[in-house]
Write a protein that binds this ligand. Structure first.
Ligand code: AMP
Length: 420
């Protein structure tokens, strides 16, 4: 596999897939440039070695072309500020103007393509289908898009560059034109950017070579979105702390009363299956015996505590309570490898955030004692940032969905496309 450190970029135009899907305010200003900053080392490397950079990214979920709200022109000045150099804006991601600009790119120059998702070809999802289209019609439209326009789209993107770098971990689980298909056009000139390389290394080290005891803390709102990952983790970890809204599906599946808590009755069989699987594999499932309960899903709610499996009607579990905090934190402090995805309560509301805060503090403490901690998924990362602990954990992953899929399947399409 080619490494960005050994590749000769001199006089080459590097097509770099970055993840510049950054949040904007109502004036179109970037409110958090973390993702832009994360890609800077890769871009600077190319420029320093005498190459030029063609940056490509998606932003949001535009459904038409063009769509001013999602135009990447809005982020040009933020990239320039972080990169310390001028960034030319192509106005489109394919087409004559972009191709011409790419052709004339000189060493040291940087250009940014317009939002890739202005074209349905990027994701390979057809647009404009009738609302009552049948599955057959949808499948046929998808096939037609993939076999025709998407291939042309990939070829046009690829024609602009001499080499391809994928540095977008957040979309590495997608088989999209710019994250997956395009790699085939560069059999001898494709590589990971620094960010993607770092992510892959961090997750692979946790999943393939963890120090034991290895604990995964899985929180968030629903079991349904985490089943695959929990099942995959059962094969690897010594224990799983289950927190957040999914606690109540587990409690109710075992006959508990959960009041108005978030609960997915159709997931009861899966919850029971997970409990059984963990037992068979000798994996300890750690759950909170108590819950902070609220009579409303708001900051002005009245609160109380109750056993997590005996919540009165009219109340819902929104966080772990004292016993849960003690149990979770003591357990975390005994572990040598810790993976955290998903808050253990509704951390966005301060008075429901103390459980997640205690968990974050315990992870920081365990890390200080020598454990390796990997935090991933937008909300757990937001938690760690909210409590000012980002520099006290071992690694913060930039990908939520990508991280979970990597854990579940042991690989990602965007990663495999570069490697294979
Ligand atoms: P996820 O995207 O599945 O990781 O879920 C993250 C979301 O789960 C956050 O917005 C939390 O507010 C939410 N969450 C955590 N605990 C609960 C709970 N007990 N009830 C409802 N939502 C929760």
């Amino acid at each position: 596999m080619i490494s960005i450190d050994n590749y000769d970029f001199k006089g080459k135009r590097a097509l770099i897939r970055v993840d510049f899907n950054v949040p904007l305010n109502e004036n179109g200003e970037v409110t958090d440039d973390t993702r832009i900053r994360a890609a800077i080392p890769t871009i600077k490397k190319v420029l320093a070695e005498g190459g030029s950079a063609i940056l490509m990214s998606h932003m949001g979920r535009p459904k038409k072309n063009p769509d001013a709200k999602y135009s990447l022109e809005q982020i040009v000045s933020t990239i320039e500020k972080n990169l310390g150099t001028t960034v030319m804006f192509a106005g489109d991601c394919i087409g004559e103007k972009a191709a011409e600009m790419a052709k004339n790119l000189k060493p040291g120059e940087v250009m940014l393509l317009e939002n890739l998702r202005f074209y349905a070809e990027e994701e390979g999802k057809p647009r404009g289908l009738a609302a009552d289209a049948t599955k057959e019609e949808k499948d046929a439209a998808k096939k037609a898009l993939k076999e025709g326009p998407q291939k042309e789209f990939v070829a046009k993107l690829a024609a602009m560059g001499d080499c391809y770098i994928n540095d977008a971990f957040g979309t590495a689980h997608r088989k999209h034109a710019s994250t997956y298909l395009i790699a085939k056009n560069f059999p001898n000139d494709k590589m990971f950017g620094y960010l993607l390389g770092k992510e892959v290394k961090a997750i692979a080290s946790v999943m393939e070579n963890p120090q034991h005891p290895f604990c995964a803390i899985i929180g968030g709102s629903k079991v349904s979105s985490k089943i695959g990952v929990i099942k995959a983790l059962i094969e690897k970890v010594d224990s799983i702390i289950i927190g957040g809204g999914m606690t109540y599906t587990f409690a109710a599946a075992q006959g508990g009363k959960v009041g108005n808590s978030i609960c997915e009755p159709d997931m009861f069989p899966v919850a029971l299956e997970i409990l059984e699987l963990a037992k068979q594999k000798g994996v300890k499932l750690v759950m909170s015996p108590d819950a902070l309960i609220a009579d409303d899903f708001s900051a002005s709610a009245n609160t109380n505590t109750a056993p997590a499996n005996n919540i009165p009607e009219g109340w819902e579990g929104v966080d772990i309570a004292d016993e849960g905090k003690k149990r979770f934190c003591e357990h975390i402090l005994e572990c040598k490898t810790i993976l955290w995805n998903g808050p253990v309560g509704v951390f966005e509301i301060d008075k429901f955030a103390t459980g997640s805060k205690e968990v974050a503090l315990a992870i920081a403490e365990a890390t200080k004692k020598g454990a390796y901690s990997l935090i991933g998924g937008g909300d757990s990362v937001a938690c760690v940032n909210k409590f000012g602990l980002a520099d006290q954990v071992s690694y913060i992953s930039t990908g939520g969905g990508a991280l979970l899929e990597y854990i579940e399947f042991g690989d990602l399409p965007g990663v495999a496309a570069i490697r294979d």
